[in-house]
Write a protein that binds this ligand. Structure first.
Ligand SMILES: [Zn+2]
Length: 356
């Protein structure tokens, strides 16, 4: 059964006043834009799930545009069109963006062009992360470093996608894959001297909704310890898997997170640093009522403790419960575990935690 009414297939080009004509002058190739972002793929990236109906490339699922309890939203993947029998709205990808984001036609085009750039960048970062994963086991110094930091579980290393940037070989690899020097410069993977930005660093890909949005590199040598690409660090690390917990442990660094995950504390997330962006803060607040255990570094100069108190105050002001985990002096969760602490030792610290 073809469930998209035929009148939804009308060709806007017949309409002299159509916005598509209006934007012909804007040098935006609409056909190409829609081709580069198939409607079904766009929806799936935003967690829409549909079941295939009939022999056609048609899918049905809950409508993302109105509160829906019975699947009434149809997508024709071949024609790149949608129609909802609940709210009676339909059209192409641009129409979908207009409705779902309350944007004008012009704004929707700009939004989709940014979306294309984001997808292209994340494909590049994905290939880079894959390359670094391959390098990890070719460089004994990297594996040794992970062991020093208390990270041994090969399954976890694979799950986190940890890799190694030896430096000096990424640019050629990506050039062989057809990436332009300009793009590599723009993403920050290559510095202005044309060299790899990450050199002798253990690499963690930062993902959001399945896509790599940044790369974090921890120096194994004497270089500045922490490096991210010059772009948003995104939401909280691995938030998709942590958000189901009503009690969350927040740590400063990805090695803290890694050893805690290894010890089976799966409710651990990380903001990479002690500062939370507004987006990360709102992740913690949704749904409301979470209890956050702050397990930052316990520094001799009190910097970590001060950051913990500041953050606890901020969290409590937004209605969250916050507790500060006292680690032994001079320790962060990573050094604590690397030094031989066990899951029950960490639990004991959590039990001693205090609210402000
Ligand atoms: Zn609807």
């Amino acid at each position: 059964m073809a469930s998209i009414p035929s009148h939804e297939f009308h060709d806007l080009d017949d309409n002299m006043m159509s916005p598509e004509k209006e934007f012909a002058a804007m040098d935006v190739d609409l056909a190409q834009l829609k081709q580069r972002i198939p409607l079904l793929e766009y929806l799936q990236r935003r967690n829409w799930t549909g079941c295939r109906v009939g022999a056609q490339q048609e899918f049905v699922g809950l409508c993302p545009l109105h509160p829906d309890t019975r699947p009434s939203f149809y997508v024709n993947a071949r024609k790149n069109l949608f129609y909802c029998h609940g709210c009676q709205r339909g059209g192409d990808l641009i129409r979908f963006v207009e409705i779902s984001h309350h944007l004008s036609f012009r704004e929707s085009l700009a939004y989709l062009q940014r979306d294309i750039a984001v997808v292209a960048d994340s494909e590049l970062l994905e290939k880079t992360a894959a390359f670094y994963r391959l390098q990890l086991h070719r460089h004994p110094e990297a594996v040794e470093y992970l062991q020093q930091r208390g990270l041994q579980d090969p399954d976890l290393i694979e799950e986190l996608g940890i890799g190694y940037a030896p430096g000096g070989n990424l640019r050629r690899h990506l050039a062989d894959l057809g990436y332009s020097f300009a793009l590599l410069r723009r993403t920050g993977l290559i510095n202005h001297q044309g060299r790899d930005a990450f050199c002798r660093r253990v690499m963690f890909p930062c993902r959001q909704q399945g896509r790599v949005i940044n790369l974090y590199g921890r120096s194994i040598g004497t270089a500045f310890p922490h490096r991210l690409l010059p772009r948003s660090k995104g939401g909280l690390f691995a938030w998709e898997s942590v958000r189901a917990f009503s009690t969350v442990i927040l740590v400063e660094g990805l090695f803290d997170l890694a050893v805690l995950w290894q010890a089976d504390f799966r409710n651990v997330t990380c903001a990479i640093g002690t500062h939370l962006t507004p987006a990360q803060l709102s992740q913690l607040c949704e749904p409301p009522g979470r209890c956050i255990y702050i397990a930052f570094d316990h520094d001799a100069n009190q910097a970590g403790q001060q950051a913990s108190r500041l953050l606890a105050r901020l969290l409590e002001s937004t209605g969250l419960q916050a507790r500060i985990v006292p680690l032994p002096p001079g320790h962060d969760p990573n050094s604590y575990f690397a030094g031989g602490a066990t899951a029950s030792d960490f639990l004991a610290c959590m039990e001693q935690s205090q609210s402000l």
